[in-house]
Design a protein around this ligand. Structure first.
Ligand SMILES: Nc1ncnc2c1ncn2[C@@H]1O[C@H](COP(=O)(O)OP(=O)(O)O)[C@@H](O)[C@H]1O
Ligand SMILES: [Mg+2]
Length: 271
């Protein structure tokens, strides 16, 4: 069966010269939660941007490979054409409009819909059902809401577009552990009750593998490991480098050999 999303050997270059993705392939079947894992700078956000076609805004481009949504090539579509096809990205760092209320923020998510006010109002009620906290704060300016509320607002706004596939970038970033759990529980519920498919970029491997069905680990612009979430959780290398469960001679907190290398490289540049 044709998967919902198939990314096939893509290469991404920023500013015509900076090669960041070096042949990334991944598959997201309809109705699943797929985790895209890896440390800072591995290429997770770039992969999501390639799918949602937000690369151009960052002076980036897919220069090799193909991306297919239900078998249709989508690399050359505009971001709004992607939204119209049901692919919506929730950007890293919870981009809410600070000067708009929570409800106004949510309504901006419905801008590509053409099915009328009543249908939009219905979706709004559904979003509030998933996020009762947002309903309570519907008239508050986003600027005055908590980090957790802003993340939920950003996800809620994506849902207003009636998406099939949500690209969720680092939802846990900067949030307290309990709030993170709340956010992920809602993701699971949306997946189970609405059938929404998620491609989820996370540095927090442990967390993501608890909620995802499948996972891909990126290092330095390449997929270095992939499999079911259960098999990744059991994998020795994953346990050692990403789950912090392995024996480590120096007792340090490093996540991978590559982290160590790039850190040293950066240090050299700074020196
Ligand atoms: N707009 C950009 N221009 C140039 N390089 C970028 C840009 N965005 C990201 N990069 C580089 O691409 C690499 C991967 O970044 P990113 O996809 O953000 O990784 P991750 O989301 O896994 O932390 C990093 O080395 C980063 O510096
Ligand atoms: Mg990122």
């Amino acid at each position: 069966m044709t998967p919902l999303l198939a990314v096939n050997g893509i290469e991404v270059i920023y500013n015509h010269v900076i090669l960041v993705l070096k042949g990334v392939s991944l598959t997201v079947p309809q109705g699943r939660i797929v985790a895209l894992l890896g440390g800072n700078g591995a290429g997770k956000t770039t992969t999501l941007r390639a799918v949602s076609n937000l690369l151009a805004a960052e002076r980036g481009a897919v220069t090799k490979g193909r991306i297919e949504l239900r078998g249709e090539r989508i690399e050359h579509l505009s971001p709004s054409a992607m939204v119209a096809r049901g692919v919506v990205q929730v950007m890293e760092g919870r981009h809410c409009f600070a000067h708009l209320s929570i409800e106004e923020n949510l309504l901006t998510g419905a801008y590509t819909r053409k099915d009328g006010k009543a249908a939009v109002a219905q979706t709004l009620e559904k979003v509030y059902a998933f996020f009762p906290g947002l309903k309570a704060r519907r008239h508050a300016l986003a600027a005055y809401t908590s980090g957790g509320e802003q993340q939920m607002c950003a996800i809620g706004r994506a849902l207003m577009a009636h998406p099939t596939l949500v690209l969720l970038d680092e939802p846990s970033m900067g949030l307290a552990p309990q709030i993170v759990e709340e956010v992920f529980d809602i993701v699971r519920e949306l997946n189970q009750r609405e059938g929404t498919t998620f491609l989820l970029a996370e540095q927090n491997t442990h967390l993501a593998l608890r909620y995802a069905d499948d996972g891909y680990i990126l290092e330095n612009g390449r997929v270095v490991m992939e499999g079911s979430a259960a098999s990744l959780r059991e994998n020795e290398d994953v346990r050692e480098f990403y789950l912090g469960m392995g024996r480590q001679a120096d007792g340090g907190e490093r996540r991978s050999f590559r982290d160590v290398k790039s850190y040293k490289r950066r240090k050299r540049w700074l020196a």
